[in-house]
Ligand binder design. Structure first.
Ligand code: ZN
Length: 353
């Protein structure tokens, strides 16, 4: 089938990565003509550490600023912040913090049409720049389509203050692109799903970057942060181009989401994705041993025990994973893994004993 219809996507207008760059925020807002009423969505800790400083620097430049504090991404909580936003009538929303703040800002931005700037304070997953928001409590679909940020401001010195574990999780989320792209190709071949080679290549590149620089990433520091942040932004741009999370999320993500259901969010998203990638690489007939070695050397978990779950939880999650997003075809097939196959997979790859 030849597709000659228009393929339309939005991209962020500006990406700024560097040290000590948050003070340039007023200039960026000015340059992009984003108005003078700014609502900052942030978390309780980041509010104290960075949020109030950013709010003051904007107020000093005659911006009208309001801060909203996010405690969870459950839809009820997100709707409360949305009410605060609509009452304030901002011209711009800033998502400042980790995944929760940025996902909330992104979701509210897409519902209200008010542009948003992503200011990540951790490099823990690709939600920092993607056009999809993870909001809990809105059905089984794990991410809602939203607008991409109009700008991404990643201050690596601020991100350096976040725990090292978060950076490693970001690397784990990127390693997941290896199997996400394989699943995407499979769905294209077997089910005729739309597949874009450019978006797939861009996403794969971000994973390969992590593999090439794994030693540097495991050591941490500003260079490590820059590599992971660049990868996360590339993966996000790949999602913008594809118009779906396909280039960034396949069976390894389904496993992670299933484990969240089974064991109630036991570990960080990227940690679970990394373990999922080891197992799904085995199913795809790829060099799972190499991936496992890199995941281990990075300092990420490779076993159920290290994820803080029981062996049986991993097996259960594997058998459920295909049903998390039934419309998304992956190596897990339509009926998923049998209990025996799941157990065997987890044992062979060393995830369980
Ligand atoms: Zn992810």
């Amino acid at each position: 089938m030849k597709n000659t219809g228009p393929h339309v996507f939005d991209l962020p207008k500006r990406v700024v990565i560097g040290g000590d760059i948050l003070h340039t925020l007023p200039n960026i807002i000015d340059d992009l003509h984003l108005g003078r009423r700014v609502f900052i969505v942030t978390g309780p800790n980041i509010r104290k550490i960075v949020g109030e400083g950013v709010a003051n620097s904007l107020s000093n430049k005659n911006y009208l600023v309001e801060l909203g504090t996010v405690r969870s991404t459950h839809i009820d909580e997100v709707e409360k912040i949305k009410d605060e936003v609509t009452a304030f009538k901002p011209t711009l929303i800033i998502g400042l913090g980790g995944g929760k703040s940025i996902d909330t800002a992104k979701y509210i931005s897409s519902k209200t049409g008010i542009p948003f700037i992503s200011v990540p304070t951790a490099a823990s997953h690709d939600g920092i720049a993607s056009p999809f928001a993870s909001i809990r409590g809105i059905g089984r679909v794990t991410s809602a389509k939203a607008s991409p940020p109009v700008a991404i401001i990643a201050d690596i010195k601020v991100i350096a203050k976040a725990p090292h574990r978060l950076l490693l999780a970001g690397a784990g989320d990127l390693i997941g692109k290896l199997t996400a792209v394989l699943d995407w190709r499979l769905a294209h071949k077997l089910k005729g799903d739309y597949y874009g080679d450019y978006a797939a290549s861009l996403s794969l590149l971000s994973a390969k970057h992590v593999l090439s620089f794994s030693k540097m990433i495991s050591a941490g520091g500003l260079d490590a942060i820059r590599i992971v942040i660049e990868g996360l932004i590339s993966a996000s741009v790949a999602m913008c181009i594809a118009g779906s999370t396909r280039p960034a999320s396949g069976s390894e993500h389904l496993f992670s989401h299933a484990l969240d259901v089974v064991a109630n969010y036991p570990a960080l998203h990227g940690e679970q994705v990394a373990v999922g990638t080891i197992m799904m690489s085995y199913l795809h007939g790829r060099n799972w041993r190499k991936i496992r070695r890199i995941v281990k050397n990075l300092g990420l978990p490779t076993t159920a025990k290290e994820l803080g779950v029981k062996d049986v939880d991993v097996v259960k999650a594997l058998t459920m994973a295909h049903a998390i997003r039934p419309e998304r075809y992956t190596i897990l097939g339509e009926s998923g893994l049998t209990w025996e196959a799941a157990e065997k997979l987890a044992k062979i790859t060393g995830v369980i004993n």
